[in-house]
Design a protein around this ligand. Structure first.
Ligand SMILES: [Zn+2]
Ligand SMILES: [Zn+2]
Length: 149
């Protein structure tokens, strides 16, 4: 089930280009291609998954380049990283606040929009050495496909 259409992808890419220019980073066709790959899916792909797709039209690109590019995007706040428990970082072009659920069997990561997960009032609180800016919840479960098989 995907909510992403051509229109949204175009909007995300345009926004990405504008933001990159504001931030003063180079907007190369290769960078746009990597971003677009991520912006075209709500599957929260890993570096490897994006790399495999990009290789179709940039056969000389290396996994390291894709890795570094995604890392740069993340540091600049152009994308976010979903921390899953299975080592490989998974990325997200959707910067609207939302939570995630990961299937413990097939490692699929999906978005969750549920009011009950957004009621913790932690903003502007200080916990330990930290000033809290927000939170996200990562739920674990077994998806329908895995339960059925
Ligand atoms: Zn599953
Ligand atoms: Zn997400």
């Amino acid at each position: 089930m995907s909510f992403i259409n051509e229109e949204m992808i175009r909007e995300r890419v345009n926004e990405f280009i504008d933001r990159s220019k504001e931030l003063g980073i180079k907007v190369t066709p290769q960078r746009i291609a990597i971003y677009k790959e991520l912006a075209s899916t709500d599957q929260h792909p890993s570096t490897e998954t994006i790399y495999k797709k990009i290789k179709d039209y940039y056969p000389n690109i290396s996994l390291t380049t894709v890795y570094r590019t995604l890392e740069t995007f993340e540091k600049l706040g152009l994308i976010s990283v979903v921390n899953v428990l299975y080592n490989a970082a998974r990325y997200d072009a959707n910067l609207t606040p939302h939570n995630h659920i990961v299937c413990i069997e097939c490692k699929k990561v999906e978005d969750i929009y549920d009011e009950s997960l957004s009621t913790l009032d932690v903003s502007d609180k200080t916990l330990g050495d930290y000033h809290i800016k927000g939170y996200s919840i990562l739920l674990n479960g077994v998806c329908k496909d895995c339960r059925d098989s």
